[in-house]
Design a protein around this ligand. Structure first.
Ligand SMILES: Cc1cc2nc3c(=O)[nH]c(=O)nc-3n(C[C@H](O)[C@H](O)[C@H](O)COP(=O)(O)O)c2cc1C
Length: 183
């Protein structure tokens, strides 16, 4: 798949077919994700692949428990029906104070790589700045050591939905060629 097509065609998928996602496909995707840039080339990632139903249930429960009222439409129950979930984690000792950027950049590559293999996913945060309990409960659920932060939760499955086209801001509204208003 061409890069442009991958970028434009990727969408958030929250409904998955009852079809196994092979380890070999997940490994291909993770192999691409690890080429992401990282601060000082620290490559601080651990990609935790979750297959266990009880662990998926706990992740959904934690996300729902800490879901802000205004985001209730984004409940996380669907995580339980994903054939696999990748939790992107970063080692703080190799992150050079850039845990979130390091994690999110790898997650972005992972989402695109998954799409090129026909898989659907959706970006979900594994932490809340104002609520350290989120990351802590995820850490305990997955047995992640204290020097490692969970950053992103990315379910993987073959899509069983086709999202409506999304509203896109015009490129002209998003681009500014000079900071002082001059072109
Ligand atoms: C930082 C971030 C957090 C998100 N959190 C959630 C979430 O908790 N639950 C969810 O279902 N989707 C979540 N999303 C997915 C967005 O809702 C989705 O990317 C957005 O609506 C655009 O749709 P698209 O991904 O299909 O282009 C999140 C996306 C980002 C970038």
């Amino acid at each position: 798949m061409e890069f442009d097509e991958a970028v434009k065609g990727r969408r958030s998928i929250r409904k998955y077919r009852n079809r196994c996602v092979e380890d070999s496909v997940i490994e291909e995707i993770l192999d691409l994700a690890r080429y992401a840039p990282s601060s000082m080339n620290g490559q601080p990632w651990t990609f935790m692949v979750v297959r266990d139903d009880e662990t998926k249930r706990k992740l959904a429960e934690i996300k729902n428990k800490y879901c802000p009222v205004e985001k209730q439409e984004y409940r996380a129950d669907f995580l339980q029906s994903a054939p696999a979930i990748v939790v992107v984690c970063v080692d703080k000792e190799k992150s050079y104070d850039r845990e979130i950027e390091n994690g999110v950049l790898a997650a972005a590559s992972l989402l695109l790589a998954a799409h090129t293999r026909g898989l659907g996913s959706v970006y979900m945060s594994a932490y809340r700045k104002d609520e350290p309990a989120v990351a802590e409960e995820i850490r305990q659920t997955l047995g992640i050591p204290s020097h490692t932060d969970p950053i992103s939760i990315l379910p993987l499955g073959y899509p069983d939905e086709t999202p409506e086209p999304k509203n896109m801001e015009s490129i002209h509204r998003l681009v500014c060629y000079e900071c002082n208003g001059k072109r």
